[in-house]
Design a protein. Structure first.
Length: 189
């Protein structure tokens, strides 16, 4: 058979280094990368087969546990992915109900744990539309006007404006802040 003079630029699927392939089907830059890839593929296939056999072996047990009202602490840790200490801490704090049937026979109510880990709806904050600041002549205070009106130091006024993220506008040497936002903050104090 003849020798090909083709040099196809490729990237190795194993080590991600660029190389020049001599055939169209070449996937790896070297024999060692091909061997590593083969070993990883075989390892993943073996793990998949082990998972499937475990699921087949324990399918009845899993179905039985999911149908029972009370489950053991070990079963709770497997079902909900929490540690035994966390389950015992929740029982001690009264977050979930636990029954001690005997030595090392603590049972918890499955529905309590399901309620604990159920999804919580977060209210949508996008409905609140913030007011646009109005920097017109009659609708603004200067820093000195705020300090005179509310008997506060100008430094305190500046820190309150920064802390409450009140928008300001600087015109020349004067800093203006909207009256409605300033009045809301200082009327409460």
């Amino acid at each position: 058979m003849g020798f090909s003079k083709l040099k196809i630029p490729r990237v190795c699927e194993q080590c991600s280094k660029p190389f020049e392939a001599k055939t169209v089907t070449t996937r790896f830059c070297s024999v060692s990368c091909a061997n590593k890839s083969g070993k990883e593929r075989k390892k993943k296939e073996k793990e998949q087969v082990e998972k499937e056999t475990l699921l087949k072996k324990y399918a009845n047990k899993i179905a039985e546990v999911q149908s029972r009202e009370f489950i053991s602490v070990a079963e709770a840790t497997i079902m909900f992915g929490i540690s035994k200490d966390t389950v015992h801490r929740y029982i001690k704090r009264g977050i979930i109900n636990g029954v001690n049937v005997g030595a090392r026979l603590t049972r918890v109510k499955r529905s309590d744990l399901e309620d604990l880990f159920s999804a919580v709806e977060i209210p949508d904050k996008s409905k609140e539309v913030p007011e646009k600041p109005n920097f017109e002549v009659g609708n603004c205070y200067t820093i000195s006007e705020i300090s005179a009106k509310f008997h506060a130091d100008p430094g305190t006024v500046n820190s309150v404006i920064r802390r409450n993220k009140i928008p300001t506008k600087k015109v020349g040497s004067f800093v203006y802040a909207p009256k409605n936002l300033i009045d809301k903050i200082f009327d409460g104090k």
